[in-house]
Design a protein around this ligand. Structure first.
Ligand code: PLP
Length: 387
């Protein structure tokens, strides 16, 4: 039997959500059709829109359904630049490629906000940079910042950063993709113009997401066509996926108190791993973090090799974000938080979720400690740790 500890890559779909998706797939109807079948599909979509708004302290009418989180982030940045007239992009050094690559491709000047050794965007740097912002030279700023980091789970100071950027008439794009369903997210309270979410990170289906765009946020559609989503995002709606997203976000937010308890297992895992490998690094430890996410860095034992060893032992974990695995340059967060290259290449992410158990967390520590003992016997307390 396998143990899935890679919830930040994608989550198992909640059983009720599978039922809701299957129910929606049994209906025939395009949500844009005026006949009764179409209107039945539309009702599912509008229910999901309300569920998203309620879960995130946002207005339902500000929710635009997309095909994934990446599309939502692309739409937000495209809108900020094309309709908002942004002149320069500021994003943290640990943003997901959906932000970093889109910013780079925009052709605008891009500045990276460094992160502290604790894995948090450096607000002091941002304040200083904005202190000598020259609108004539720099244009309108657009800030893109993740609410929670995908690799180590650090919760970024988004509201504070947004307030600083707002003083300069800036626009704010928040990548809340890893945060939703893991901590409470308040769109209105963050002071953001745009916020992206993705269903498969909170127990919903893959391939469906949403952008929340404040009513006064500049918006320019990226996909042209039939004018769905009030002209903001063309394309026939994924009714079943959207229905699943709506129920998943409702259930995930209702379960936040239970989810918070995962922090105890995360910390117990960290303690067990440290006991087995005294020279392990835990980037972000001590900073505000998602309860489910544990990033570790082990000098001299590559993350990819750890993933393979654990895979053989029946555990699914990852060497960083799912989309960057396989790249040999070490973890983004490891490099950005100042770990040396060797430790950064030894990065591993373990992420728990709604159906994880304490036994799985214990079993992981045991399996990792044994594999570590074989790979780095000279640095290992494995025998003591697992006896
Ligand atoms: N942003 C973050 C922080 C993520 O972790 C991910 C997915 O791994 C994405 C964006 C992309 O989301 P999607 O897979 O829905 O395109």
């Amino acid at each position: 039997m396998r143990t899935y500890l890679d919830h930040n890559a994608t989550t198992p779909v909640r059983p009720d959500v599978i039922e809701a998706v299957a129910h929606a797939m049994r209906l025939t109807g395009n949500a844009s059709s005026v006949h009764a079948d179409g209107q039945a599909a539309l009702r599912l979509v509008e229910t999901a829109r309300r569920q998203v708004g309620k879960a995130l302290c946002a207005r339902a009418e500000d929710v635009i359904f997309t095909s994934c989180g990446t599309e939502a982030l692309n739409l937000a940045l495209h809108s900020a630049i094309r309709a908002g007239g942004a002149g320069r992009i500021l994003h943290s050094a640990i943003e997901h490629e959906a932000v970093a690559d889109t910013a780079k491709a925009s052709g605008l000047p891009v500045e990276e906000i460094p992160v502290t050794a604790a894995g948090l965007a450096d607000l002091g740097w941002l304040e200083d940079r904005l202190g000598h912002w020259d609108p004539a030279r720099d244009g309108r700023p657009v800030l893109a910042l993740m609410l929670a980091n995908n690799e180590i789970g650090t919760i970024q100071p988004v509201a504070e950063a947004a307030a600083l950027v707002r003083e300069h008439d800036g626009l704010v794009v928040v990548d809340a993709i890893q945060a939703v369903g893991k901590i409470a997210v308040d769109f209105a309270g963050l002071g953001a113009d745009y916020m992206a979410i993705s269903a498969h990170k909170f127990g919903g289906p893959q391939g469906v997401g949403a952008l929340i765009a404040a009513c006064n946020a500049p918006l320019e559609r990226q996909l042209r066509g039939g004018g769905q989503e009030k002209g903001r995002r063309s394309g026939t709606l994924n009714v079943a996926g959207i229905a699943g997203l709506g129920l998943a976000i409702e259930q995930a937010v209702a379960g936040l108190d239970d989810f918070a308890r995962l922090a105890d297992w995360r910390d117990a895992m960290a303690a067990g791993l440290k006991q087995a490998a005294p020279d392990i690094h835990i980037p972000g430890e001590g900073a505000p973090r998602l309860p489910n996410t544990l990033g570790i860095a082990v000098p001299g034992w590559k993350g990819e090799t750890q993933v393979m060893a654990l895979d053989l032992a029946g555990f699914s974990v990852s060497a960083g974000s799912a989309c960057s695995s396989g790249k040999a340059h070490g973890s983004k967060i490891g490099n950005a938080t100042g770990l040396d290259a060797d430790a950064s290449r030894g990065f591993l992410r373990v992420s728990l979720g709604w159906n994880s158990t304490a036994d799985q967390a214990d079993a992981f520590v045991k399996a990792w400690s044994e594999a570590h003992g074989r790979a780095r016997p000279e640095h290992s307390n494995a025998l003591k740790a697992v006896s």
